[in-house]
Design a protein around this ligand. Structure first.
Ligand code: ITT
Length: 191
């Protein structure tokens, strides 16, 4: 079966392709001109919107990921606005660090919602994964994308940007979401 990976974010796309590599799916890219407005109020709502609209526009199954960083001391910001918080990864990181300042409360979590749509735009499967960590005072590491350089996992003593892609693929919010979704994808009668 052909499945469209409904993202325009190259860092995310790479990780989604890696998580989906075990399935016997033919993965295709979202047509770049196809942009979905994220009008939802939650990660899951936005993941559903993106999957459904890309599926209907292409006539294929589509999988979407809506994700972001929730900072405890900022009341969950940037949350679903993570991609819209500033116009580059560096300035997004700068803004979060500036708003958090040197507050001792450093807790944060990454959230990843995944939704799989049938070609008609109805949602077949969905799930959400959460990874808790801490925000550093300054970026560390060059791997990954987005907010990875400031997101620190005490259990590994590394930021997401200091991990290998295999380590991030084992511990991330996306990994946690896929661990729940993959068995359902493999068992799905139409896939
Ligand atoms: P698509 O909607 O086209 O998939 P996007 O970048 O707009 O791309 P989102 O709306 O889901 O996607 O925004 C997610 C943002 O949250 C993303 O741009 C990053 O800034 C951040 N983010 C999500 N997952 C991340 C990860 O694994 N590491 C670092 N930052 C991440």
């Amino acid at each position: 079966v052909t499945v469209v990976v409904a993202t325009g974010n190259p860092g995310k796309l790479k990780e989604l392709q890696a998580h989906l590599a075990d399935l016997a799916w033919q993965l295709t890219l979202k047509p770049p001109e196809l942009e979905v407005e994220e009008t939802g109020q939650t990660f899951l709502e936005n993941a559903r919107l993106k999957a459904a609209q890309v599926a209907q526009a292409t006539g294929q199954w589509a999988i979407a990921d809506d994700s972001g960083l929730e900072v405890d001391a900022l009341g969950g910001a940037p949350g679903i606005y993570s991609a819209r918080y500033a116009d580059s990864d560096a300035s997004r990181i700068e803004r979060v660090l500036r708003e958090l300042g040197d507050r001792p409360e450093r807790g944060a979590q990454f959230v990843c919602a995944l939704a799989l749509s049938r070609p008609d735009g109805t949602i077949a499967l969905e799930t959400e994964g959460i990874c808790r960590g801490e925000l550093l005072l300054a970026p560390r590491g060059i791997g990954g994308f987005g907010y990875d350089p400031i997101f620190y996992l005490p259990a590994l003593g590394l930021t997401f940007a200091e991990m290998t892609s295999a380590q991030k693929a084992e511990h991330s919010h996306r990994a946690i979401a896929f661990r729940q979704l993959l068995p359902q994808l493999k068992a799905h009668p139409s896939l």
